[in-house]
Each structure stands twice: as structure tokens, then as C-alpha cells.
Design a protein around this ligand. Sequence first.
Ligand code: A3P
Length: 344
Amino acid sequence: MPTLASMAIPEEGPVPFEDALVVIGTYLVSSPQQREEEHADLVATLPSALEANGVKKLRLYQGFWIRDIHVPAAIALQRQFEPRPDDVIVASLPKCGTTWLNALTFATMARKAYPPASADHPLRRLNPHQCLPFLEGLFKGGREAELELLPSPRLMNTHMPLPMVPSAVPGCRVVYVCRDPKDMAVSAWHFLRRLQPDLAFAVVFESVCDGAVAFGPVWDHVLSYWRASTAMPDKVLFLRYEELLRDPAKNVRKLARFIGMPFSAAEDEAGTVDSIVQLCSFGHLKGLDANKTGHLDPLLPVPRDALFRNGASGDWVNHMMPEMASHLDKIVADKMRGTGLTFQ
Ligand code: A3P
């Protein structure tokens, strides 16, 4: 197996995963087919539903709706993921601010090697998702050995609910971002429409209300991290997309303290926090070639620009009737009752 010693990138992490891959190459522990076949009998017995776009199949695995292709990854993650104490994992449901939090966390953690104002910062040439390994993507493809080759501290990304990565807490640190489920539903609809233009909003809305969305139900996903954050605040940082919008600098400082890298007086003097916020701002990222061109994944023909649509909160008012909004609000409030978490 190659080492990173010869890499023209820092020996300390996090390093942009895309750069590391140039050296590591693709390292298969088992082929994606082997991993799929290994668990095919179990997957076939699980309750199923179609995702809102009617294409992808979801399976109900241990109370969560996981895409059938990701169930073997969930099982492998549960059994084999070994966090290092200085790892950081960015966790979220899709369409809740993952791309932004990936960028902010990478820029904050890697700021010594990659000063945020520098012209050759990785986030100026790579999409934020290219900077972090996506756990279920690697475990689905039998590629988890690539994680072992990354220098510490590692920064990784997952959409899995916490029960699918049980060793993450308290094994390392997790930064979670949640978002008003109404705006998440709107964002998901616009995203899925890039693949299926005639998809009705009502179909996506119903799937959110029913709980049958990838990695959902939404409330169980959010609560899995919320409960861990209240029990172990030094291990799980629970953020909100709306709060990030309201005061990004305050949240970047919070993030830096959480990962054990608070900003120094010299960095305050140099305006490092503002540089990070600016580097990762919606307007800046949206305008970069790395985010305007190409596709998310060779297997997922969604253009990268679909990740940068509106970048605001409250767009739900333009998409749903007040009765729909209160219906979803009530479902979520009922599920959250007694947990100390609210979305109102
Ligand atoms: P909208 O569709 O409401 O605009 P994810 O990254 O989890 O898929 O979430 C996508 C949502 O985050 C989209 O919401 C997108 O516009 C928004 N987003 C992406 N980058 C952002 C940034 N730098 N600042 C604020 N919002 C951002």
C-alpha cells in the first residue's frame, strides 16, 4: 500500500481527499458487488419504499430509510469504522447545509496549511464535497482502506444517522447541521427536479411527512445527533443552518473551539474568521468554476451547481400552502416533544 510520504501536500490533516486520492489511488478491500452480495439476503427481507423521484429504492434498516445501495455500507460502517480521537465528522441530512458545513469545517481545520485568503486554497479549485471523504460512499464501494492512509486529523462527511456510525460518539468529534424541515423539503424538491423535471412538490412533501426520505425519518435523524449533543457536548456540536446564516462568524468561532483549534489573537488581528466566512460564502462558492461545472458523481448526473440554489431560509413560503406548513410543523413538533429541541 502506498504511503502519503511522497505527497506534495501537508503531512498533517485534513488534506483535500481529492488530492490524497491522486497518491492513494482506489484501494478496494472488497468489490462493491461483493459487499452488496454479502448482505443481499438481509436487504431483501427489509421493508421497502420508493424515494420521491420514484427511481431509487429505500429500505427500512433499524428504523431508518436507507437507499438499498447504502444498506451494505451502513452494516460495514457499524462493524468496521474505527475513528481516531482527533477525527472530525460532518454529519447532516441531505439539503440541510452539508456543502457549506463541509467547506467551513475544512477551511477552519486546515487553515494552518491552507490560509483561507490564499489564492491557491483548495476550496477555490475543488467542490467542497471533493475535500472530504464521504463515509458511506467509501464503505459502499469496499474502499474504506483509503481512510487509513489519510494523515491525522481526518475530516470526513456522512449523511448516515448516528446509529449507523455508533463508534463515532464518543470515539471522535461530530459536527451536525440541521435545518427547518420545510426548507429542507423545498431544497430537496429543486434538487430532485434536476433529474426529473416533472416531479411535483406535493410528492416530495408527502415523503418528508411520511418519513420515507433517504436517511430519514427527518426527526429521528436529527434526534439521534441532538441527544448525543446534549449527553456529550464536547463530542457532538449541534448547529442550525438558519443560525449559520444569521451569524456565520460566531458559528465558525464555535466550530473552531469545538475542534480544539480556537482562533488566536494574531488570527483575530489578521481577520482569519472573516476570511473563512468569505471563502465559504454562498456567493463566492457559487461563482467558482469548480462549483459551476461538472457533476456530483460520475454515477449521479446532477450538475454541481445544483448544490448552490438559493442559500436562504424561509423559501418554503413560496412553495407550500399555510395548511401544508402547519401540517409538517405539527408532525415535527409531536416527534420533538420532550426532547428540548424545537424548530419554531
Ligand atoms: P437551497 O436549495 O434552499 O438553496 P446540501 O449541501 O446539504 O445539499 O444543502 C444544500 C442547500 O444549502 C441548498 O439550499 C444550497 O443553496 C445551500 N447552500 C449551499 N452552499 C451554501 C453556502 N455557502 N451558504 C449558504 N447556503 C448554502
